[in-house]
Design a protein around this ligand. Structure first.
Ligand code: DGY
Length: 331
């Protein structure tokens, strides 16, 4: 960095030790040792003092907070791929640059998506829970015991064929699923050919034909409740939904109702509309073996978190060296 003064960097949550150490070498950091989520008032106070804010997934940085930021706050370097928690437009208006950490979460999130694609139809969580919670209930192998649904030969419909969606498609193909996708733009012909993928311009038409839906698009105003009650009604009663993107892309209340009424077979959810609060009706459906719930673990690997930290460091350094940071997010 050419800048003599070390930037004051406020980090909202505890980060991996190696990442905090690296940041401490380069910047004047304020850490969050006990990892308590910061309140809006604490974030506002930090944003009045700091040069850089490093928020994570749960920190809502809305226009009101951004308007209260001090004159020194020049960069919001998100420790996340998604930036739906930031009002990027308001930040840009205030001359504050926003960056994120793309690419390094792709394979881990795709792995977890695939894990849910397998776990729900094959009743993995239910079986595992049975042996730990009520082991006496198992009388040994039986021809009719714990039957799920076959994955091989089924159709997966991927909503959002960006990096993560494409990585999910590669895995799904290896598991014998045929690939269907809905995306604003068609992927390049070579990828489409490699994946033997079918593009659906109409999401509605795709939903009516696939067995498993995987949500892999970002949360934006345009994707809010993209899977609305009307669209969920298009799914077959034997179909499953997996969501490792963001909770608000699905109308969660409608999804719950459809599963309860047997109009959708089940769901694997890593994200929720009101996270970290979980609708108790979902918990009940999980107890009944209809859904598998995970606490937003899609990208949770040690390697991934360190690589996210590396990206945050590069974004901050490049910015204070007077260049455009590599992962700038535009409104
Ligand atoms: C992100 O960084 O946006 C991911 O959702 C974290 O898993």
């Amino acid at each position: 960095m050419t800048n003599k003064k070390r930037p004051r960097v406020y980090i909202t949550r505890k980060l991996p030790e190696a990442v905090e150490a690296r940041m401490g070498e380069l910047f004047d950091v304020e850490l969050n040792a006990d990892d308590r989520p910061r309140t809006s008032a604490e974030l506002a106070a930090a944003m009045r003092q700091a040069d850089v804010l490093v928020p994570t997934v749960g920190d809502r940085i809305d226009a009101t907070l951004i308007e209260q930021a001090g004159p020194d706050l020049k960069l919001i370097a998100c420790f996340s791929n998604g930036t739906d928690q930031i009002d990027v437009e308001a930040a840009t208006r205030r001359g504050i640059t926003v960056t994120n950490t793309p690419n390094v979460l792709t394979e881990d999130t795709a792995d977890m998506t695939m894990a849910l694609v397998l776990a729900v139809p094959r009743r993995l969580a239910e079986g595992a829970r049975l042996l730990t919670d009520t082991p006496g209930d198992w009388a040994g192998w039986s021809p009719t015991w714990m039957l799920g649904r076959r994955i091989w030969g089924k159709k997966i419909g991927i909503i959002g064929m960006g990096r993560i969606g494409t990585a999910v498609a590669r895995r799904a193909k290896a598991f014998g699923l045929s690939i269907h996708y809905h995306n604003r733009k068609r992927v390049n012909p070579a990828t489409e050919q490699e994946l033997e993928a079918t593009w659906w311009d109409s999401l509605d038409q795709m939903l009516a034909r696939v067995d498993i839906v995987s949500v892999n698009c970002p949360s934006t105003p345009a994707t809010f409740h993209l899977l609305s009650a009307r669209r969920l009604a298009l799914l077959q009663p034997t179909s499953y939904i997996v969501n490792t993107a963001r909770g608000d892309i699905i109308d969660e209340a409608a999804l719950i109702q459809f599963i309860r009424e047997g109009k959708i077979a089940g769901a694997g959810l890593d994200v929720f509309e009101s996270a970290p609060a979980i609708n108790p009706k979902l918990v009940k459906l999980a107890a009944d073996g209809k859904v598998v719930l995970l606490p937003h673990m899609g990208s949770a690997t040690i390697e991934g978190r360190v690589e996210m930290g590396d990206k945050v460091v590069i974004n901050i350094r490049t910015f204070f060296d007077g260049h455009r940071p590599p992962n700038r997010v535009l409104p």
